[in-house]
Design a protein around this ligand. Structure first.
Ligand code: EPU
Length: 475
């Protein structure tokens, strides 16, 4: 550690930054062992919420999780340091940084939201099985390693359980780019003929976010030009393309349904700032709509929020745009509506449980149709514990609004379901407890701190080991 790093460290320490992120992997001998949010020990925590209070104040949105988890692996393609700003402090990011360290990257935390990743000396080796299995986005290492080394071995990914989550479009695309692809012993293995990917024409059968981003990563350093058709258009796809272009790539069309990538020989280091998280912003907007009150949601791109804003307004919220902030207020009654989740610019599937939580308290009967995932309804069982009237029929949830919800224990079954449970708990009368919060901490930076600062009565309690999974009378 040099003097500069020691100075940064002292500043980070005094700012309350989670220092374990700095040391893990790079300085194993340092004698600190803090409680790690998210990654380790999180299943021994639960959130306790005393609901029924309106929310007032200001909340700052962090960098986009689903952009960060593509951009961090993308740094593998770059020779030289990449300074990435607006990185969210979430466990999925920590896991990816750990994997990069394991591959030989040098990772330095510059400040609370900035990291410098230098993959100049990264090695061609298999991604460790346990680490890669822990998150969905580890599959981006496949595209990035194929681009950089012409070879990759990455465990089949984990992530939230929404029923079947195939990756056939990723593998089909890698094969089209000249790699021989097989799945063996829990690993995806691919090797490019001649050690370098070759530009190609790819048509995606489904506009998959993951396949679009993965194939961009695999094609950036390919020989020749790649055209991917029927691509997803989510903001994080544009963000990944912008990151790669700022490092010297030649990608056009990101944000449309056809992306063209002219392969280049090399990417150089540079600086990039990740976009704000559309879903995190939407989650706080939904929380204010459900609980009532007035909150300024800062650091958003209002254009990205339109699909969410439109629905919240139908439901009785007022939303005012002011630069990069949205002021959300709700004082009157909540109105019913119908929602269908779709690919961007449609209403995002990752806002499904959060909007369902609001609709549980609306006047009349609402219908939510899930248009992306086979099974995103596991949250409904937990909402019923609060008195919600919600029925599922195939891909449709029918929600009959009730006058009030009453606090109860719930178990987070995935990231956005957990966020929906927090919203339901905030809007309910009485005390709710949410267990299995490791899912929530995978994707929301400091959700407890952010909600507390806008007046929510929410706190974390440690559950002693023998009680794991049980509900106690904490609070
Ligand atoms: N699909 C296929 N074949 C494939 C890939 C996808 O049939 O090879 C299908 C899926 O079964 C699904 C649809 O295509 O029905 C969309 O899947 P997509 O590939 O777009 O999803 P993903 O890349 O696995 C990302 C986000 C998810 C988000 C979806 C949809 C990341 C790491 N994950 O997943 O985010 O729900 O896009 O927008 O970016 C979350 O943040 O909570 C989360 C789950």
């Amino acid at each position: 550690m040099d003097r500069w790093e020691m100075g940064s460290l002292a500043r980070l320490w005094s700012s309350g930054f989670p220092l374990y992120r700095f040391f893990r992997g790079s300085c194993p001998s340092f004698p600190i062992k803090p409680v790690l949010p998210g990654v380790r020990g999180a299943d021994l925590k639960k959130y306790v919420i005393h609901g029924g209070r309106p929310l007032y104040g200001k909340v700052e949105v962090s960098g986009a999780k689903n952009a960060a988890v593509g951009i961090i692996p993308a740094a593998l393609l770059v020779e030289g340091p990449c300074r990435i700003e607006n990185i969210p402090a979430i466990s999925d990011v920590d896991l990816l940084l750990d994997i990069l360290r394991d591959l030989g990257a040098r990772v330095r935390l510059i400040n609370r939201t900035t990291v410098e990743v230098d993959c100049t000396d990264a090695r061609r080796q298999a991604v460790p099985y346990d680490a890669g299995r822990k998150l969905r986005a580890s599959y981006y290492l496949m595209g990035a390693m194929l681009g950089r080394f012409g070879q990759a071995e990455v465990p089949l990914p984990g992530g939230c359980d929404f029923g079947s989550r195939p990756i056939d479009q990723h593998l089909k695309g890698f094969a089209a780019l000249g790699a021989e692809v097989k799945v063996e012993k829990g690993y995806m293995c691919a090797e490019a003929d001649g050690g370098r990917m070759k530009g190609s024409q790819i048509y995606l059968d489904v506009a998959s976010v993951g396949a679009t981003m993965n194939l961009m990563l695999a094609a950036v350093l390919a020989k020749g030009t790649t055209v991917i058709e029927n691509t997803a258009r989510e903001p994080h796809i544009v963000d990944l393309a912008n990151f790669l272009n700022s490092m010297g790539a030649d990608i056009t069309g990101a944000g449309t349904d056809m992306i063209k990538i002219r392969g280049v020989d090399k990417l150089r280091g540079g600086e990039y700032s990740i976009i704000p998280d559309q879903i995190e912003a939407g989650t706080y907007m939904a929380a204010v709509t459900a609980a009532g009150g007035e909150v300024r949601v800062c650091n958003v791109i209002p254009k990205h929020m339109e699909c969410i804003t439109a629905k919240l307004v139908e439901m009785g919220a007022e939303v005012e745009e002011e630069g990069d902030s949205l002021i959300v207020r709700r004082h009157g009654p909540l109105q019913r509506t119908n929602v269908k989740t779709m690919f961007y610019p449609g209403f995002p599937t990752d806002m499904h449980p959060q909007i369902a939580a609001v609709l549980c308290l609306a006047n009349g009967t609402s219908v939510i149709t899930e248009g992306v995932w086979d099974n995103r309804y596991r949250y409904t069982e937990e909402f019923r514990r609060l008195g919600a009237k919600i029925q599922v029929d195939g891909k449709i949830a029918i929600i009959e609004g009730v006058e009030k919800l009453t606090g109860a224990p719930m178990e987070a079954c995935d990231l956005r379901a957990g966020a929906g449970m927090i919203i339901a708990g905030l809007a309910a009368q009485g005390t709710s407890e949410i267990s299995n919060v490791k899912h929530i901490e995978r994707g929301y930076e400091d959700i407890i701190g952010k909600l507390s600062r806008i007046g929510a009565d929410i706190r974390v309690v440690e559950v002693p080991d023998p009680e794991r999974g049980k509900v106690s009378a904490a609070g």
